[in-house]
Design a protein around this ligand. Structure first.
Ligand SMILES: Nc1ncnc2c1ncn2[C@@H]1O[C@H](COP(=O)(O)OP(=O)(O)OP(=O)(O)O)[C@@H](O)[C@H]1O
Ligand SMILES: [Mg+2]
Ligand SMILES: [Zn+2]
Length: 461
């Protein structure tokens, strides 16, 4: 006899309690507790217990390392984000907004994995097999070893895994599949947790690499409990502007590699194309006759430098207190830079609205962009122009000093590669300037010096 029990589960954080509560004591949200009935004698509990029982502690010196076997996804940008490829027996979560292209990238990945002689099973829980076929036709995906299975029932999926024995399993998406052992609806915290548990079992015991698609809530978090992120080995966000064609893979957690890598793609009719030189993509719209308030900075995305344009607009405010708007950089960081500009450079912004925008909808979270922001604001306020072949790098300290940034040589190389003639950098003692023949390197120590170093002409008024 199945033993049915019920519990109340917070759909926001996964908190469990035996009775109903209006407010979740864990995350503080109201009306998020939902009753979920589960079968306490379910198979998965038995499996988990069995697995747990035959493991004994052993000495760390005696543990043998089973080589982590990595294999390429066939997509270089994806491999980079994963830290060199998919690890056998690991579980990867790819999360992203609706329609961003999660199914697209996984179908393309499935294809290229199968090209390397592996067997993959693509479980489409949201779309019918013919819908997947339609997409695969558009993407030019053909394969003799890529199976497509349109199914939401987890027990059925498990049977097919045993039958087909794939090396890679793709679940699109975890919110749409459900296990019969739990009565709550698909997408609920208990279902997600249970299904991920089973998937972990499959990955570790059968040595299958599992790639799972996760939806993102309005706030940008992965739908379902935070535990989902703890359970999987790798968490990757797939992001981008829905109205622009480029997409980015960004690693948030990786048990098998670094987390600071990004992969850049272009979304076209025939699928996602890798972009190995993203700087060109982000700069190609830049006009030759630059306007006041536009500068190019060299930022770091993972181990790769990226040149992007920052624009500022400064104008007299019609309001009693001026507005500050920042898109792509931290708001408080902008306020700090403006304060330093007022105090150390003497730029009066108290009656001025300031808007700062990072072109391409990118988010920059490193302080090396400070100097670029400051110069964009200054040039716009003073109606002067930064020479269009100049790149700017540097962090600004509160006393107006320019502070060192990491990976300076990589940033300079990228600027040189893209044909920039001048780069403004923080004073650095261990930089080999003779390595860079085609770019003029200007070192600055103070914010006020950097302004005269890069402004090249007064705009005719
Ligand atoms: N010819 C086309 N037909 C349909 N979609 C296209 C076409 N060309 C490009 N696309 C892109 O493909 C995207 C849909 O990709 P995909 O279905 O992989 O997204 P998803 O993240 O899986 O979405 P969902 O959250 O609905 O599962 C569209 O938003 C669009 O940007
Ligand atoms: Mg999809
Ligand atoms: Zn909660």
């Amino acid at each position: 006899m199945a033993k049915l029990k019920s519990k109340w589960v917070c759909q926001n954080c996964g908190y469990e309690t035996a009775k109903y509560l209006g407010k979740c004591p864990d995350c503080g949200q109201w009306n998020t507790l939902v009753e979920e009935v589960f079968d306490s004698s379910s198979e998965s509990l038995a499996v988990k217990k069995a697995v747990m029982n035959d493991i004994k502690p052993c000495l760390i010196n005696e543990i043998e390392i089973d080589n982590t076997i990595r294999f390429s996804t066939g997509i270089e940008e994806f491999d980079r984000v994963l830290g060199g490829g998919l690890v056998q027996g690991s579980i990867v979560l790819i999360a992203g907004d609706p329609g961003i292209g999660k199914s697209t990238i996984l179908l393309q990945t499935g294809k290229s994995i199968c090209q390397n002689g592996r067997k993959a099973l693509y479980v489409s829980a949201e779309e019918s097999a013919s819908q997947v076929k339609l997409r695969s036709k558009r993407l030019g995906v053909q394969s003799d070893s890529l199976y497509v299975y349109s199914q939401t029932n987890f027990e059925a999926i498990k049977r097919q895994i045993d039958e087909i024995k794939p090396e890679v399993l793709i679940i699109d998406s975890i919110q749409a599949v459900y296990s019969e052992t739990i009565t709550s609806s698909p997408g609920s915290v208990s279902q997600i947790r249970e299904c991920t548990n089973i998937l972990m079992d499959i990955a570790k015991n059968k040595n299958i690499t599992v790639v799972v698609v996760g939806h993102v809530t309005k706030e940008g978090n992965i739908a379902g409990p935070k535990v989902l992120e703890h359970m999987v080995d790798t968490v990757i966000y797939f992001e981008g502007d829905r109205y622009k064609s480029y997409r980015m893979l960004r690693c948030m957690k990786n048990r098998f590699g670094t987390t600071n890598e990004v992969g850049v793609f272009n979304m076209c009719d025939d699928g996602l194309h890798e972009i190995s030189n993203p700087s060109e993509l982000f700069l190609h719209e830049r006009t030759k006759n630059v306007t006041p308030g536009s500068v190019v900075i060299a930022t770091n995305e993972g181990t790769r430098p990226l040149l992007i344009e920052i624009q500022a607009l400064v104008g007299t405010t019609p309001y009693p207190s001026p507005r500050r708007v920042s898109n792509g950089i931290d708001y408080n960081r902008l306020l700090q830079i403006l304060a330093v500009l007022e105090k150390r450079v003497g730029l009066n912004l108290s009656k001025q609205d300031v808007y700062v925008n990072v072109i391409g909808g990118l988010e920059i979270d490193e302080p090396a962009a400070d100097l670029g922001v400051a110069l964009a604001v200054t040039t716009c306020a003073r109606d002067v122009v930064v020479s269009p072949d100049t790149v700017i790098v540097g962090e600004i300290g509160l006393s107006g000093e320019i502070r060192a940034v990491n990976n300076l040589d990589k940033r300079i190389k990228e600027a040189e590669k893209l044909g920039f003639k001048k780069i403004i950098i923080p004073k650095s003692s261990n930089l080999k300037k003779e390595d860079f023949k085609n770019i003029q390197i200007v070192e600055v120590e103070k914010l006020i010096d950097s302004i005269s170093a890069c402004v090249y002409k007064e705009d005719s008024k």
